[in-house]
Design a binder for this molecule. Structure first.
Ligand code: ADP
Ligand code: MG
Length: 388
């Protein structure tokens, strides 16, 4: 982390001929369990990872403000006078512009600045580089303006920027964990009350292993809205506002109603995933806080099976990764993390077996699929901060 900050400072100094005055950082995240529960008003359980977006900035000598992304190798002028509007086509700087606009609208008085953005969260890799960029930007606005937002308000204004400027209808998880994450803790987040509960996860004997399958299947593009609609329909059939409000016995007794539907029981299976996943998420948080790694791991494996068979959002490469991990000594549990159809898996492992586990997964995944995975272990990292 220090080397990323150092490197970003150096790039700023080379570009602008002076040291940066402000440095901010915000992490990416991984969701330990609780998939597709957010829009059903349920629980998610993310933690911040040791991958950050860092921004180094200094006063501009003109009235213009600029941002340069090292990752995109591109720069852009941004507006800080509250005059910005969402663009028709989304580019990377819209995440920054949208966040700045919302900060200004919520009372941050900015002065012209130049900034260099540099991230080691993989872009588009399912570890939420977008939220880390937004939250690092909002944190920069706070230090430039000398105006502290309530962290929940900060997360929400970043989410709003992603909705309006990046046109991505995301839930609240990514921005909440990036803004409010605490070192050594995962966060059980109730998406209904929006109240986060920090759950200690700092035992040095366990680590979280993230494996990027390096596949992303572009299907028809309607998978996500389809799942949302199916969940809404299931809630309606059950007579509850959201699937969060239903329990398994209720779903079981309503099965004849679901069976009569023309979809052949699809909505029943979607509901089964969401209802059981919600319970698993709350239980997993309890298990982790009691250091019951075995139970937490078992719940992760059950979550994967539920996503594979009932919610149908996994792909063969991801199933292969989970299958490999679950057979290895020192792995408590493994599952796909994120929206689905590729992306990453997350595993809870014994930290002293990290090297063997990493090597074995990499080797066997390549043998079975011909694809090289990207693998790294992380502990629960600190949420957004500024370096003074
Ligand atoms: P994820 O959040 O899973 O990484 P998204 O598609 O939500 O994937 O967000 C990725 C997009 O966010 C990138 O395509 C880019 O537009 C923007 N972005 C994220 N990080 C940076 C960065 N460091 N510099 C410029 N743009 C970034
Ligand atoms: Mg994102």
């Amino acid at each position: 982390m220090n080397s990323l900050i150092k490197q970003t400072k150096k790039i700023f100094t080379e570009r602008f001929g002076k040291e940066p005055e402000w440095i901010t950082a915000a992490p990416g995240r991984v969701n330990l369990i609780g998939e597709h529960t957010d829009y059903n008003d349920g629980f998610v359980f993310p933690m911040a990872i040791e991958r950050y977006t860092v921004i180094a900035a200094g006063k501009s000598s003109s009235a213009e403000s600029t941002v340069f992304s090292v990752n995109q190798n591109a720069g852009k002028t941004v507006f800080i006078d509250g005059s910005a509007k969402p663009a028709d086509t989304v580019t990377w700087s819209d995440y920054v512009q949208g966040t700045l606009q919302n900060c200004v609208e919520n009372g941050a008085k900015l002065q012209p600045f130049n900034a260099v953005i540099n991230s080691n969260v993989p872009l588009g890799g399912g570890l939420s580089s977008s939220a880390s960029l937004e939250v690092a930007t909002a944190t920069l606005a706070e230090v430039i303006a000398g105006h502290r937002f309530d962290p929940v308000q900060k997360a929400l204004l970043c989410q709003k920027a992603e909705h309006e400027y990046a046109k991505m209808p995301c839930g609240i998880m990514d921005q909440f964990i990036s803004a409010l994450g605490q070192k050594g803790c995962a966060m059980l987040l109730d998406c209904r009350s929006r109240v986060p509960k920090m759950v200690p996860l700092d035992d040095p004997s366990v680590a979280v292993l993230i494996v990027n399958s390096n596949v992303k299947h572009e299907l028809t593009g309607s998978e996500y809205p389809d799942r949302r609609r199916q969940c809404e329909k299931a809630a309606k059939l059950l007579g509850v506002p959201f699937l969060r409000d239903a329990a398994m016995p209720q779903l079981e007794s309503a099965k004849p109603v679901f069976d009569k539907e023309p979809d052949g029981g699809v909505c029943y299976r979607r509901a089964k995933h969401v209802i059981t996943e919600n319970d698993r998420t709350v239980f997993a948080a309890e298990a982790l806080s009691g250091k019951d790694w075995k139970t937490a791991g078992r719940l992760m494996c059950e979550s994967h099976i539920s996503m594979r068979d009932d919610f149908e959002i996994t792909v063969s490469e991801i199933d292969t990764l989970v299958d490999i991990a679950c057979r290895l000594d020192g792995v408590f549990g493994s599952r796909m993390t994120g929206g689905g159809f590729g992306g990453c898996t997350v595993s809870l492992i014994e930290s002293d077996k990290e090297a063997e586990i990493t090597a074995a997964i990499g080797r066997e995944y390549e043998t079975r699929t011909g694809i090289k995975a990207t693998i790294f272990a992380t502990t629960a990292a600190q949420g957004a901060y500024s370096v003074s």
